[in-house]
Design a protein around this ligand. Structure first.
Ligand SMILES: [Zn+2]
Length: 69
């Protein structure tokens, strides 16, 4: 079965970065983005997290294991 660094079961903590510099990880059946940014130069570093429910890995297309539904 194909897998990649994003969804590989043996590397669940693997972090990849998308084109905007956000770290991307799969948590269950959600894709979680964590973005660090500063509101202004020299300001406090802010962290913004967002998640997106997914069924397939966006990098390699592997179907993700789903819970009972
Ligand atoms: Zn994958």
């Amino acid at each position: 079965m194909k897998s990649c660094s994003l969804c590989n079961d043996e590397q669940k903590q693997a972090t990849v970065y998308d084109s905007r510099g956000r770290s991307v990880a799969i948590d269950g059946s959600s894709l979680v983005f964590v973005e660090n940014y500063r509101e202004y130069a020299g300001g406090m570093l802010q962290t913004q997290q967002s998640s997106l429910p997914i069924n397939y890995c966006p990098m390699c297309g592997k179907r993700l294991e789903q819970g009972e539904e």
